[in-house]
Design a protein around this ligand. Structure first.
Ligand SMILES: [Zn+2]
Length: 102
């Protein structure tokens, strides 16, 4: 199970369409598309660690030029699942949490 589209759109508004790490402007139509401006909705706390599918655990990250999804979300290797700390998300604003499924 992942994030609902409603949640993703609310996070889009919260980040003003910018990558939460590098601040690059994303292209809304290029959700997970792999082209320039593409982006990914990512869990701050990985699902396998109890990360929720709620708004506060969702961050939008760019996926190319640079690839914050890979380097911040997966620590450089897609097989890694890492916790993303608040200080690594300078473009994330507003509502925050809950991160864990209670
Ligand atoms: Zn980025």
């Amino acid at each position: 199970m992942g994030f609902s589209w409603d949640t993703v759109q609310r996070v889009w508004s919260r980040q003003d369409g910018l990558c939460a790490h590098c601040g690059k402007r994303l292209v809304k139509a290029n959700y997970q598309s792999g082209t320039w401006g593409a982006w990914h909705a990512h869990h701050r706390i990985p699902e396998r660690m109890g990360g929720s599918h709620y708004l506060g655990n969702c961050v939008l990250l760019c996926v190319n030029q640079p690839n914050c999804h890979l380097y911040v979300g997966h620590d450089g290797n897609y097989s890694n699942r890492v916790v993303i700390h608040r200080e690594d998300l300078p473009y994330l604003q507003g509502y925050d949490g809950p991160y864990y499924i209670l």
